[in-house]
Write a protein that binds this ligand. Sequence first.
Ligand code: ADP
Length: 506
Amino acid sequence: MSVKKFNKVLVANRGEIAVRIIQGLKEMGIGTVAVYSDVDRTSLHVMMADEAVFIGSAPASESYLVAEKIIAAALETGADAIHPGYGFLSENGPFVDAVEKAGIIFIGPTAESMAVMGDKLSSRRKMRASGVAVVPGTDEAVTDPEEAKTIAEEIGYPVLLKATAGGGGKGMRVVGEPSEMASALRQTMGEAGASFGNDAIFVEKYIVGPKHIEVQVLGDGQGNAIHVFERECSVQRRHQKVIEESPSPSLTPELREEICAAAVQTAKSINYRGAGTVEFILAPNGEFYFLEMNTRLQVEHPVTEMVTSTDLVRAMVKIAQGEGICYTQEQLHQQGWSMEFRLYAEDAGNNFAPSIGKIVALTIPQGPGVRLDTGIYEGYDVPIHYDPMLAKLIVWAENRELCIARSKRVLEEMVLHGPVHNLPFHRWTLDQPAFVDGSYTTGFVGDFFDGANYLPELDEGQTQALIAAASLFEAMRRTESTECANNESDITGWQLSARRTMTNNR
Ligand code: ADP
């Protein structure tokens, strides 16, 4: 395969991941193009890129999800390739085909790999055929409650009804006994049809008290694949990850070797190209099963980068340039421990409801072993249209105990005012015995978290100090918001001119 070095790459995403990819491209000496919707004019990724192209109004269906607009932006700016990040069009096979048809390189896998892995049933079938264990269950869609009950009897209750096109923890329902089946099936099909435009459902065994373990892989699309070790992502709310760590505290060296080998086998079975993640569920008895493969860069990729001294964005770009995998399996080792805390604009005390607002104060902690991947800054307005993740705080230390100690220090130092956010939830987690000893499962939040009582109790002095600080903060916020309102156009102008200067200086 011939090597084609990129001069310019368009990043078809926003927020922290667009920033992360732009940073990686800059370090490789590659020119960068951002795309943005009208509410993202002053976003960090727009300011950081060499060029930026406006692609439409705020709803993603009118901007970040419109393949034609993204491809037109790439052609207009002369970009050689497109990096999709995660979410949006990153796992959309027809988008990959359209990009390639336009003569642009897609930094990621083939549309064919996406088609196999994007559907939970077809990926189950493929894995079963390749000899990778899948969760006990069906390989065919079910619509009839009686049939679903027969299957459930065979595999044993509880079972999980899952949407074949599901993602982001949506389209799943646990069924504990036969009497619940009919209504659960109807509801899950309805939800799946509405969310994914496909109401196909299948039944699998619901594993009680499992751990979510996933393996980072890299493939060259020529039959070669390696793993970059595992991550554990068992701290979840609504089946969605909030804290990830690497290594996993739950694997013995033998189990690690087995699970990583299964991931490589998965990648090889579809001749995978690019960076991907093979997700497994680890049962309490030590058995592990294939869950799904995410055919893209993962939100939690930084913990892998921290413990293996790799740069996964760089690796993806090099594979797309035809240079193959830039690491050998033998070169890769896990060193130390890393944890990632996803900072969401959400209220853990109110069932993790999303929140919005202006970031009025932000202090980013510093010191050894700290990385913040972020798309926000002081004065930034968190829009309602997208995922409420603000940033990711990533910590590294020599071992797990030190990583927890450092994470506590870092989470204490971080100041974030504006929308309601989940920093207090992370602080709470680090004090939980089940987290500290590594025994936590995907049931951790459900088992231990009490939204009404998780904030530490304050004594009289602390309460008074807090009231004083809150009123001072409120007064500052009022002044600030009037200033911001007056200077809004100036801020935009400054930011745009900063970007223009950067473009002109290249
Ligand atoms: P999505 O594509 O929506 O992310 P996944 O299949 O990856 O869905 O599952 C997301 C999470 O749901 C897992 O990390 C796990 O916590 C839970 N889960 C999925 N399948 C099972 C199962 N069979 N038994 C128990 N928990 C499961």
